[in-house]
Design a protein around this ligand. Structure first.
Ligand code: GDP
Ligand code: ZN
Length: 311
């Protein structure tokens, strides 16, 4: 009799996969040839987070036979010039973007770009504002309040934390518990320190781009899932600077800014781009302060930049 089990894909190296069964056991698995040819336009048929059906053959080899339909997934372009897409991870319950106001200061557009991608893929997003201890010792209380207000007004939860002092860490643990959470953020914001604080047994470098093949050389890095000691999983997507917006046309970009979307129905023109049109409710809301200017600037920048990648 053929042994069968369902599993979650924890890691992919391109030629084999690490999968986890319901009991938490880890196995090295390969892909059936025919699965590779599946009608997908994506460059990778099986990705981290996929729920898969496996069999074990007589030689004890584990084979991935089938991939369950994905609840959601997150993609990026293979390269800026290519129209091919690359799925980074699937079946994500929540995405967190770790940001800092000080050492380093996160560029708002990075956060907004991340949030737009989460909206587009219907993945709930939370902003973790780390190094709150540093910001406070630098007298940046007002900046912290301003940041939190700005994003809370746009519809996002902001969690001020300090991996160093432990402030806000209970809330973060609760957020991660029992869920699969994608973690993102620029290098140096404290992702690894945060995860180690949540799951002390885990010895990881989140998002580190491997330098093993020499400086300046492009190294391929792979997404990976890490189990947390308190339950729940973290998805790390190393080397992903920004998520592509491949499927979002310029005309619909504002759909993924909940704050813009709220007032857009009041625009005079149904096809308003919210850039220059008379009677634009978005521009009005920016002028009145209802929509933050910073968010609006991110919208304009993204609109302009992403034009470059369209035909
Ligand atoms: P990553 O690149 O995002 O994984 O960042 P790391 O976890 O390696 O952290 C980068 C640096 O920031 C390290 O020197 C950490 O000790 C420091 N760091 C991380 N979290 C905090 C924090 O909450 N407060 C302070 N003051 N430093 C922190
Ligand atoms: Zn408008």
């Amino acid at each position: 009799m053929i042994e069968r089990f369902t599993a979650i894909v924890m890691r992919s190296t391109g030629s084999w996969y690490e999968v986890r069964n319901a009991g938490g056991g880890l196995f090295k698995a390969r892909l059936r040839g025919r699965l590779r040819l599946g009608g997908s336009r994506s460059t990778n048929p099986v990705v981290v987070g996929d729920e898969v059906e496996c069999t074990v053959d007589e030689a004890g080899e584990v084979w991935i036979e089938q991939v369950a339909p994905r609840r959601n997934y997150i993609i990026r372009r293979s390269s800026n010039l290519s129209r091919e897409s690359h799925i980074i991870a699937a079946n994500i319950d929540r995405a967190i973007v770790v940001a800092t106001l000080f050492s380093p200061a996160t560029v708002p557009e990075f956060i907004d770009r991340f949030l737009v991608t989460c909206e587009a893929y219907r993945i709930p997003a939370t902003i973790v504002l780390n190094k709150i201890d540093l910001a406070m010792s630098e007298g940046m209380e007002a900046a912290v309040r301003h940041f939190a207000e700005l994003y809370e007004r746009a519809g996002y939860r902001v969690m001020p934390v300090s991996a160093l002092t432990g402030q806000g860490m209970d809330e973060l643990k609760e957020l991660l518990q029992g869920r699969t959470t994608l973690i993102s953020g620029n290098s140096g914001v404290g992702k690894s320190t945060l995860i180690k604080a949540v799951s002390p047994g885990l010895d990881i470098r989140i998002g580190e781009i491997s330098q093993a093949h020499g400086k300046g050389m492009h190294t391929t890095t792979f997404s990976q899932i890490y189990p947390l000691s308190g339950g729940g999983d973290i998805i790390d997507t190393p080397g992903i600077k920004g998520f592509g917006l491949v499927d979002i046309g310029g005309g619909e970009l504002y759909h993924y800014f909940p704050d813009l979307m709220r007032v857009a129905p009041e625009c005079q023109y149904y096809n308003c781009t919210h850039t220059h049109e008379p009677g634009c409710a978005v521009i009005r809301a920016v002028e009145s302060g209802e929509i933050s200017e910073q968010r609006y600037i991110s919208y304009l920048k993204m609109l302009e930049e992403d034009e470059k990648y369209r035909k």
